[in-house]
Design a protein around this ligand. Structure first.
Ligand SMILES: [Cu+2]
Ligand SMILES: [Zn+2]
Length: 178
């Protein structure tokens, strides 16, 4: 009995130290990435990175192959870009059951990142800190969901998705090296 108890305690100690060694001293802030792939009849591609910061999550996007101007840019609920039109990604990621809006509006879909603006060459870059997206909070975590870019501008008010039209690129958000 004593031997058994001792073995159980030793095993628990070993397991505990193993887990803590894994979770301690992370290499850096938590990061995620979505590599964007064109939908059918699109040439839009690029990458979006998400990096945890003290006051939110920094979103960095570099996208090419767009028509000049604004394009709706959202996190959608499913990490599934398999459909030719990316309809498999579902609706805007909305775990808090709010209306569609722009990224600066407190009452918004967690996935509402607004627009990316493409220049005359079709390239868009964006960098901002988002205060609703999370990489750690289970309910708001975007890991395992997707980023979708649209053919038209998001007007930041039409329900349920800003009237931004067809999907031109989609990428699943996965955890990246910290
Ligand atoms: Cu969208
Ligand atoms: Zn939305």
């Amino acid at each position: 009995m004593n031997f058994f108890r001792g073995s159980v305690i030793a095993l628990m100690f070993l397991l505990g130290s193993g887990f803590s060694a894994q979770s301690q001293t992370p290499a850096g802030p938590l990061k995620a990435v979505a590599v964007l792939h064109p939908t059918a009849d699109s040439k839009v591609g690029g990458a979006v990175t998400f990096t945890e910061e003290a006051d939110g999550v920094k979103v960095r996007a570099e996208i090419t192959g767009l028509t000049p101007g604004n394009h709706g840019f959202h996190v959608h609920e499913f990490g599934d870009c398999s459909a030719a039109d990316a309809s498999s990604a579902g609706a805007h990621f909305n775990p808090t059951h709010k209306p569609h809006a722009g990224p600066d509006t407190p009452d918004r879909h967690v996935g509402d990142m607004g627009n990316v603006q493409a220049d005359a060459s079709g390239k868009a870059t964006l960098e901002y800190v988002d205060h609703q997206i999370s990489l750690t909070n289970d309910e708001r975590s975007v890991i395992g969901r997707s980023v979708v870019v649209h053919t038209k501008a998001d007007d930041l008010k039409s329900q349920p998705s800003g009237d931004s039209g067809a999907r031109v690129a989609c990428g699943v958000i996965g955890r990246a090296k910290s």
